[in-house]
Design a protein around this ligand. Structure first.
Ligand SMILES: NC(=O)c1ccc[n+]([C@@H]2O[C@H](COP(=O)([O-])OP(=O)(O)OC[C@H]3O[C@@H](n4cnc5c(N)ncnc54)[C@H](O)[C@@H]3O)[C@@H](O)[C@H]2O)c1
Length: 278
């Protein structure tokens, strides 16, 4: 018996190796949930086409891992800035599994980092569109389905950069603050209807996005990515960076019966480190 037997979870942004999304999908499936995963599966337009994003083949490999566990999974190509693509995923999920109990708004974009004067208008817009509007669209599409089944859980991915603004995160940090504001206001509106909404705020997580971060810190400080990693680990009392699984365990807590008194919280996951200490 799993603690999420009979539940149906949607998780966005699962298309990159070692991501928080994949770890969360596997954890939810281990606990018995049927899992719907998605990712953008195409590049950003124009000048941002270099930005690394998740792909269909990786999504399919995660579906296979879940099916090999004897659990059910489906994958969808969804750009969370496109309302029609989200609505199609929600419709197909209900068709396949009859209900939606859990939404993890994990998809996010780090395209809006760098020296403030170098952040283009396009990077600002993309960051806000993906991190803020995408979370807004996904919550709006799923809440009506949760109301039909008497409640649900939503977990939004913020960051320690959503609790304290680090230097050179001029668009990313404001977008992650906005996610916490949205989490708090919508949580208070829907707690009486048994939809419990919270955010998690990881510090450094060694995912594909986290490793991109080491490259960035290395470039800024004229050191190697390995040295950047060591520098970052020295700031973490627990002595190692987080893995996707560390974050997935906290997301699971909030999605499971264990999290039944959690409403509108922004939970830092830092290994004991300062909120921001690259
Ligand atoms: N890695 C870290 O250190 C860290 C720290 C704090 C918060 N976070 C947040 O955790 C979440 C997961 O990040 P991760 O580290 O697992 O990185 P990741 O790169 O594996 O996951 C982010 C995913 O979002 C997807 N995505 C981007 N734009 C999209 C769009 N328009 N539509 C659909 N999908 C889109 C990407 O394709 C990618 O697969 C993100 O919201 C990130 O901001 C990460």
């Amino acid at each position: 018996m799993g603690t999420l037997d009979g539940k149906v979870a949607i998780i966005t942004g699962v298309g990159r190796p070692d991501g928080i999304g994949e770890a969360t999908a596997l954890k939810m499936a281990e606990e018995g949930a049927s899992v719907v995963i998605s990712d953008i599966c195409r590049t950003y337009e124009g000048d941002m086409s270099w930005y690394p994003l998740g792909g269909w083949e990786y999504l399919e490999s995660v579906v296979k891992k879940i099916e090999d566990m004897g659990k059910k999974a489906r994958a969808f190509k969804v750009d969370i800035t496109k309302k029609d693509e989200i609505e199609e995923m929600v419709k197909e999920t209900v068709k396949a599994f009859n209900r939606i109990d859990i939404l993890v708004n994990n998809a996010g974009s780090g395209v809006g980092v760098g020296p403030f004067l170098d952040i283009t208008e396009a990077a600002w817009d993309k960051t806000m569109e993906v991190n803020v509007k995408g979370t807004f669209f996904c919550m709006r599409a799923v809440i009506p389905e949760m109301l039909k089944v008497g409640g649900g859980r939503i977990i939004n991915l913020s960051s320690t950069a959503g609790l304290m603004g680090p230097a050179e995160y001029g668009a990313y940090s404001p977008s992650k603050f906005a996610i916490i504001g949205m989490t708090q206001t919508v949580a208070l509106e829907y707690a009486p209807k048994n939809i419990l909404i919270n955010a998690v705020c990881p510090h450094f997580v060694e995912t594909s996005m986290g490793r991109d971060e080491y490259q960035y810190i290395a470039m800024l400080n004229d050191i190697t990515p390995e040295e950047a990693r060591e520098k970052s680990i020295k700031t973490i009392p627990i002595g190692r960076p987080a893995t996707g699984r560390d974050i997935a365990d906290v997301i699971y807590f909030l999605a499971s019966p264990l999290g039944s008194y959690m409403v509108g919280q922004a939970v830092p996951i830092t290994g004991g480190g300062e909120l921001w200490s690259p």
